[in-house]
Design a protein around this ligand. Structure first.
Ligand SMILES: Nc1ncnc2c1ncn2[C@@H]1O[C@H](COP(=O)(O)OP(=O)(O)OP(=O)(O)O)[C@@H](O)[C@H]1O
Length: 517
C-alpha cells in the first residue's frame, strides 16, 4: 500500500460535554480516494475541520507525507497542500468565478497581466481534470454543480494535493454527481489524494478505494471498498439492520387541498423561474417534483409558502385565492395550514445564532400557546422541544445549544420536527434528507408517509430520484421553470424522469401535460 499522504494519530476533540472525536487514527494512502461515513453527529465534519485548521484538536497529531504538522488555520492547511470543499460553499455570490478564485490567493484582484496568467493556469487545470467553468459569470447565476467546480478549481489553483470534500453530492443532481466523480477520478489518476465524506453508500461503493466508519465520535471500522458491501457498511454505521419498506396505505385521494393555476414567478434578481405552472395536491397524496436543481423548484415552493410574490396566475388554498393583486405572506400561509421545510436550512430554515429550542418555534412564535402576555412561554417551548427532540432523535438533546453547533443532519431534523409538528394540511418540503444519515432518512420518510396516510397533502421537491420514487404518488417534472411531464408512481422510472428532466420531449409553455386546470 502507498505511504500515507495524510495521517491522523489519536485525534480527540471535545465541545463542552460532547466528545466529537475520540482517539481517531487514520491513514489515507497517497493517490487514493478514501471515504468517511457515519451517522449525523458522528464527528465527521469536526474531524475534517481539524485537518483544515478550523478547529484545534485537544490532543493528537496530524502528519502530512509522514511529517508531523501543526495546522492552526486554513492558511496553514493550504500551505500544507490541503484543499477543502465545504458542505456549504464559501463563494462570494456576486463575484465571478475568476474573482472568487483569485480572492485571497494573491492579495485580491490582480493587474491585467496577472489576471491573464491566472486565466491560463485555470484553463490548464480545467483541461487536465475536466473542470468546465465559465470564469466571467457571477456565481449566483451558475448552477450548484458549477459552483462546486469553482470551489474545486480554487483549491487546485492553490496547489492542493490533498482534497477534502464534505458531502459534495448533497446538493447535486445525479448527473452533476456523475460529472463530479469523473473529475475526482481524473484527480486521483494525477496522484491527488481525496478524502470524501458522504452519507451515500452507493457513492462509497462507486468511487472510493477504502472507507472508514465513524460512530459517536469514534472510528469503529476500516474496510477496503472492494471487500465490503452496502448492507455491511449500513450496519456498521447505525449499529442495527435497516428496515427496507414502510406502510403505504392504499387509499383513494381525497379533497383538493391545493390548486396552482398558471403560476408565474420571477426571482429577486428578476429572472423568470416558474413559467405558467399548473398542478394540484389532494388529501392523502405526495406530489413529487423532480428536476435538475435550479429549474424553478425552489422558487415554486417559495411562492407557495408566501415568500416570493406571484407575477401572474393563482394559488387556491384553504378557501383563499392568492394572486399578484391579492398577495400572501409566510405568516398567513402558516396560519392557513401550509408548512414549509426550505431547501436551504442555513439561510431559511434556522437562525444559526438562536438556541435549538428558539429555532424550533421559528415562524410560529406568535402562536398563543407560546405566549403569555408580552413574554414567550419558555417552559412550554422547552417542554415541546424536549418531546420533539426525543421523537426525531435530535442529538445532542441540549435545548440551549446554538443551532450552528448541531451537525448538518441534526439541524435538518430541528426544521423538520418544527414543520411537521405544526400539523399543517399541506407540507411543502424541499430536499428533506439532504445531509441526513440513512437511519434518519428511514425515519423521515416514515414521518412523511404517516402524514400522507393521515390525509395530509405533501409537495416534495428532491433531486434524489430514489427518494421521489419511494415516496411520491404522482411525480411532476420541472425543467426551465415549466412542467415537462407528469407520471404516476407506477409509471415512474429513472429513464422517463431523466428524459423529462432534460425536456427531451420538447414540451412548450402551451402544452403542459401536468396541467390540472
Ligand atoms: N462548534 C461546536 N460547538 C459545540 N458542539 C459542536 C460544534 N461542532 C460540532 N459539535 C458537536 O459535535 C458532534 C459531531 O458533529 P459533526 O458536525 O462533526 O458531525 P457529523 O458526523 O459531521 O454530522 P453530519 O453528518 O450531521 O454532518 C455533534 O454532537 C455536534 O453537535
Amino acid at each position: 500500500m502507498a505511504a500515507c499522504a495524510l495521517e491522523l494519530i489519536q485525534i480527540s476533540k471535545r465541545f463542552g460535554l460532547v466528545k466529537a472525536n475520540q482517539d481517531i487514527s487514520l491513514c489515507v494512502p497517497a493517490g487514493s480516494i478514501h471515504g468517511i461515513i457515519g451517522e449525523n453527529g458522528a464527528g465527521k465534519s469536526s474531524l475534517v475541520n481539524i485537518i483544515y485548521g478550523f478547529y484545534q484538536a485537544d490532543s493528537g497529531e496530524i502528519r502530512i507525507q509522514g511529517q508531523p504538522i501543526k495546522i492552526q488555520d486554513s492558511k496553514q492547511a493550504i500551505a500544507a497542500g490541503i484543499g477543502m470543499v465545504h458542505q456549504h460553499f464559501m463563494l462570494v455570490e456576486e463575484f465571478t468565478a475568476l474573482e472568487n478564485i483569485m480572492l485571497g490567493a494573491e492579495g485580491g484582484l490582480l493587474l491585467h497581466e496577472g489576471e491573464q496568467r491566472v486565466r491560463q493556469r485555470l484553463a490548464e487545470l480545467s483541461r487536465l481534470y475536466g473542470l468546465e467553468v465559465p470564469l466571467d459569470t457571477p456565481v449566483n447565476q451558475l448552477a450548484v454543480g458549477v459552483q462546486q467546480r469553482i470551489e474545486i478549481l480554487k483549491t487546485l489553483y492553490r496547489e492542493a494535493r490533498i482534497l477534502i470534500l464534505d458531502e459534495p453530492t448533497g446538493v447535486l443532481t445525479p448527473q452533476e454527481a456523475d460529472e463530479l466523480f469523473k473529475i475526482l477520478r481524473a484527480l486521483k489518476a494525477d496522484g491527488v489524494t481525496i478524502l470524501l465524506i458522504t452519507h451515500k453508500l452507493r457513492e462509497i461503493m462507486a468511487i472510493t478505494d477504502q472507507v472508514s466508519v465513524m460512530r459517536q465520535g469514534k472510528m469503529v471500522a476500516h474496510r477496503v471498498t472492494a471487500e465490503t458491501s452496502m448492507p455491511e457498511l449500513a450496519e456498521l454505521m447505525v449499529g442495527r439492520k435497516l428496515q427496507q419498506s414502510f406502510e403505504r396505505l392504499a387509499r383513494p385521494t381525497g379533497e383538493l387541498l391545493l390548486q396552482v393555476r398558471d403560476l408565474t414567478v420571477y426571482d429577486r434578481q428578476g429572472w423568470l423561474r416558474v413559467n405558467k405552472v399548473n398542478f394540484h395536491v389532494a388529501a392523502g397524496e405526495v406530489v413529487g417534483i423532480a428536476g435538475v436543481s435550479g429549474n424553478g423548484q425552489t422558487e415554486l415552493l417559495q411562492a407557495l409558502a408566501g415568500i416570493l410574490p406571484l407575477s401572474s396566475g393563482e394559488i387556491l388554498f384553504a378557501g383563499q385565492t392568492i394572486t399578484a393583486q391579492q398577495p400572501s405572506n409566510p405568516a398567513r400561509m402558516r396560519d392557513l395550514g401550509m408548512a414549509h421545510v426550505p431547501e436551504d436550512r442555513h439561510r431559511m430554515g434556522l437562525v444559526l445564532s438562536f438556541a435549538a429550542d428558539q429555532s424550533s418555534i421559528l415562524g410560529y412564535q406568535r402562536a398563543d400557546k407560546y405566549n403569555q402576555g408580552w413574554r414567550l412561554e419558555e417552559s412550554v417551548i422547552r417542554h415541546e422541544y424536549a418531546e420533539r427532540a426525543e421523537q426525531f432523535d435530535i442529538r445532542p438533546r441540549d435545548p440551549l445549544l446554538g443551532s450552528s453547533h448541531f451537525s448538518g443532519g441534526n439541524q435538518q431534523k430541528i426544521v423538520l420536527a418544527r414543520e411537521i409538528g405544526a400539523e399543517p394540511s399541506v407540507l411543502l418540503v424541499g430536499q428533506p434528507t439532504r445531509g441526513v444519515d440513512i437511519g434518519a432518512i428511514e425515519f423521515i420518510h416514515q414521518q412523511l408517509m404517516t402524514m400522507r396516510n393521515e390525509g395530509k397533502g405533501i409537495v416534495l421537491v428532491s433531486v434524489e430520484l430514489d427518494e421521489i420514487m419511494r415516496l411520491a404518488d404522482r411525480i411532476i417534472v420541472m425543467c426551465d421553470g415549466m412542467i415537462t411531464g407528469e407520471v404516476s408512481r407506477e409509471e415512474a422510472n429513472e429513464q422517463i424522469l431523466g428524459l423529462l428532466m432534460a425536456n427531451a420531449l420538447g414540451v412548450g409553455v402551451n402544452e403542459q401535460p401536468g396541467s390540472s386546470a
